[in-house]
Design a protein around this ligand. Structure first.
Ligand SMILES: [Zn+2]
Length: 387
């Protein structure tokens, strides 16, 4: 018998179908009808009320028997259990997720648990959750717990730019922060990979960063314009392509680990995912500066500080509304970001909570403003990296 070949991870690069356009939601229901006759709609409380007037008549017109439920209090195990019960009570045969990242994550995970097709309808440009085969699970209080890789991307993604245009501008700014992280994280976690698809994913991440550098300011000045639409595509779609192409080897590093740590501080809940991640990129670069003495990271951080100021992304704990947070709480967040399974350990050098905290409080420092750790400390770090 031939020896079985080690199977490579299953790839799910993209949703089976993406329908895009302005005011296309009602029209796109025809495509939803092909996936099921009894859809179960999952969204946030406010979103469900807002889209009621648009989505419900269109579902009725196609004779779809829909039920709906909010994913409250969070995309948590409790909410998912309640959603499953309601899904079964409705005898649903498909899931429609509508809203921001957490609504879409809840919908995707529910559909996976119930083995039915899922449609994602993002209502903001804040994340690429409408595209990806991944759901984040939080506690009822909103603390990040773990992510669940899903076997496939959604069956259908409906991107209605008119719907995105109704979201607060701040959500797209956050989406830019989340999307730009792809380059800083993917280039670290997979920068030396020789695999064709990983190389392609990392290069796409660089293209994505450049598009956002070039177009974000203009897009935010002219919401609804063609440039704005390109930036929405970059944040919602291209960011998803990179996750799909790169798969598990092209995942998050310190920027998202810092985000995950911060979600454990209730005071951080006033800021969006992408805002915390954007700040996390600065922390990651600061670590590379302080521990590796990387001049490239120092330059990149200064470049980002300028960009963030132009578009309104947070540069510091103060900007995240965490200037009053106690040292003990910050130490707690840093400790969570450094737990054994944290993605922060995808950095090419070891990081401990003390070092992380030092980076967290100095994201806006001038490049030469803070002394590096003692030389012996750096040598020790370097020898560990080489070992
Ligand atoms: Zn993210």
């Amino acid at each position: 018998m031939p020896t079985p070949v080690n199977p490579l991870p299953v790839l799910s690069v993209a949703p089976s179908q993406v329908i895009r356009g302005r005011g296309i939601l009602a029209e796109a229901v025809a495509a939803i009808a092909k996936l099921g006759q009894r859809p179960f709609v999952v969204g946030g409380d406010t979103t469900l009320q807002l889209v009621q007037s648009q989505l419900q008549p269109a579902l009725k017109q196609h004779k779809l028997q829909a039920a709906q439920m909010a994913y409250l209090p969070d995309c948590s195990e409790t909410s998912l259990a309640a959603l499953q019960t309601a899904f079964q009570a409705h005898q649903a045969d498909s899931v429609i997720g509508i809203g921001g990242g957490k609504a879409l994550d809840a919908a995707k995970l529910l559909a996976h648990q119930c083995a039915t097709p899922v449609v994602t309808i993002p209502t903001s440009g804040a994340t690429c959750a409408a595209w990806t085969a991944l759901s984040n699970v939080y506690s009822n209080e909103g603390a990040f717990l773990y992510d669940v890789p899903l076997p496939q991307c959604p069956n259908l993604l409906i991107l209605d730019y008119d719907l995105i245009a109704t979201a607060p501008q701040r959500t797209l700014v956050a989406g830019i922060g989340d999307a730009i992280a792809k380059w800083y994280e993917a280039s670290v976690s997979s920068g030396h990979s020789q695999h064709t698809l990983i190389i392609a994913a990392v290069q796409q991440a660089r293209v994505l960063r450049d598009i956002l550098f070039q177009k974000s300011v203009e897009a935010l000045q002219h919401p609804g314009s063609d440039t704005w639409q390109e930036v929405v595509d970059a944040s919602v779609l291209l960011a998803g392509v990179i996750g799909g192409l790169g798969g598990a080897q092209c995942r998050t590093v310190a920027a998202h680990a810092v985000h995950n740590g911060l979600t454990h501080l209730p005071a951080s809940h006033g800021t969006l995912h992408g805002e915390k991640v954007a700040y996390g990129i600065l922390v990651q670069l600061r670590l590379e500066e302080l521990i590796q003495g990387s001049q490239l990271a120092a330059t990149a951080r200064q470049q980002l500080l300028k960009f963030y100021t132009e578009i309104g992304l947070p540069c510091s704990l103060h900007d995240l509304g965490l200037s009053q947070t106690s040292l003990a709480d910050l130490e707690h967040a840093a400790a969570i970001a450094c737990t054994e399974n944290s993605d922060i350990h995808h950095l090419p050098f070891p990081v401990n909570p003390t070092q992380l905290l030092a980076a967290m409080v100095s994201t806006t420092a001038p490049s030469q403003g803070i002394k590096r750790w003692g030389e012996e400390e750096i040598e020790r770090q370097e020898s560990e990296v080489q070992a």
